[in-house]
Ligand binder design. Structure first.
Ligand code: HEM
Length: 116
């Protein structure tokens, strides 16, 4: 009578261990098999015009060409094209204030990979 219960418990212990191990952000993405694309700074630097604009912010690469015409800060964004624009993004020229949480959420929609 107690044998089936013992077998179930023995099966549950490793299952719980494995699911617990995959809860963390980085590890979860690794264990789920996601492949992160990486780009070199040389590759980013090629995309340095308003018609073809990649920017790096905190080690992540964004393809923001489509956003430029709608940017509330106008052409100010263009100085970040093909470059690491972390400081520009976090201290907007003029106000020197960081972009809003809305802007940061929007930024993520243009993510294309990590900087190598
Ligand atoms: C990297 C170079 C960038 C520079 C120099 C820059 C600069 C500016 C400036 C001067 C303003 C208007 C003035 C102000 O709100 O204080 C502004 C507003 C804004 N920018 Fe940028 N920007 C850049 C990149 C971006 C990117 C990549 C996004 C999103 C994809 C973005 C989204 C916004 C939004 C949503 C606003 C409205 C205000 C806010 O929500 O913070 N910007 N930006």
């Amino acid at each position: 009578m107690s044998r089936p219960y013992a077998a179930i418990i023995l099966l549950l212990i490793p299952a719980l261990f494995v699911s617990g191990c995959t809860q963390g952000g980085t590890l979860a993405s690794v264990t789920s098999g996601d492949v992160v694309t990486t780009h070199t700074m040389d590759e980013v630097a090629i995309h340095d015009t308003p018609e073809d604009c990649w920017i790096v912010i905190e080690g992540k690469v964004y393809e923001v060409t489509a956003w430029i015409p709608a940017h509330p800060g106008g052409q100010a964004i263009v100085q970040g094209c093909g470059a690491d624009a972390t400081e520009l993004f976090e201290t907007k020229p003029g106000s020197r204030a960081p972009h809003s949480p809305d802007a940061m959420n929007l930024l993520e929609t243009y993510y294309i990979g990590n900087l190598e």
